[in-house]
Each structure stands twice: as C-alpha cells, then as structure tokens.
Design a protein around this ligand. Structure first.
Ligand code: DQA
Length: 142
C-alpha cells in the first residue's frame, strides 16, 4: 500500500512556527516515527509552499497511490483549484489539520476541500496524521 503525506504552505516550518499552536517537532523528525509505526505502508512525504506544485503532485500520484493524507495549510480555506484536483483523481484523500481550526478564527472554519475528501481529522496535533494513516492501515486488514 502506497500512501503520500502532503503538507502545504508554511508547514516546512513545523517545530519553529507558532509552537503553541503547532508544537516543537519538525515534520521530518515525526515522519521517521510514522515510518516505523506504519511499517506495512510504503510511506512518502512531499511539502510545497506553492498551490500549483501541490496540484501537480496530486495529479502525479492520484491515479496510482492508495491514499493521500493532505494538510493543505491555508489553501484549505482558499483553494477551489486544489479541491478540483482532489475531485479529479480516484485516490482517496484524507484532510488533516494539526490545530482545531474550528476553535480558531472564523476564516479557518470553512474548508473547500472537505466536500471532496474521504474524511477530515482536525485538532489532534501531529497525531492527526497517524490517525489518518490508521484509517488506511485498517483498510489493508479488512
Ligand atoms: C493548519 C490550519 C490552517 O488554518 C493553517 O493555515 C495552517 C495549518 C493546521 O494544520 O492546523 O497552515 O492546516
């Protein structure tokens, strides 16, 4: 089973960026833990700050991979183009957020992506990613 984790804008700064909201850990460090926890999954990771690059990556893997775990950062709240890319591919996408966007500013309450995603996991810190991977892992077992 091949799963790609995609992080969008500013998530390259995890560990340094607003640690009270996003924690002290780099994603690269957390990704190593994910790989050892989910040994049965072929996991890869991609990050970009550019909307078009995120769309290109969804097109690239979205006809081949078994799943995508996507934290689109602020593009979640703005990008119809990203929603169209998710809708265009057969690979299921799980939307994740580290912080509880519903407990934050009103503009973060709406996602253009949720409607076209398989499901949404919000507010569990970095565990949001492992909860999404658990969903895909359960699909192997079933
Ligand atoms: C985020 C929430 C978004 O509102 C914000 O723009 C981010 C991170 C999260 O993981 O909590 O960049 O997606």
């Amino acid at each position: 089973m091949k799963i790609l984790i995609i992080n969008g804008p500013n998530l390259n700064l995890l560990g340094k960026r607003e640690p009270e909201k996003y924690g002290n850990r780099t994603f690269e460090n957390y990704f190593e833990e994910l790989k050892s926890t989910f040994e049965s999954i072929q996991l890869s990771y991609y990050q970009s700050n550019n909307e078009g690059s995120l769309i290109d990556k969804i097109h690239e893997v979205g006809f081949d991979y078994d799943g995508i775990v996507l934290n689109a950062g602020a593009y979640t709240h703005t990008s119809i183009a990203l929603a169209d890319a998710i809708a265009a591919v057969p690979t299921p996408v799980v939307e994740v957020h580290i912080s509880n966007v519903h407990a934050r500013e009103e503009f973060r309450h709406h996602s253009h992506l949720s409607r076209v995603c398989k499901g949404v996991i919000v507010g569990f810190g970095l565990d949001s990613y492992s909860l999404a991977l658990q969903y895909f892992k359960n699909k192997i077992i079933k």
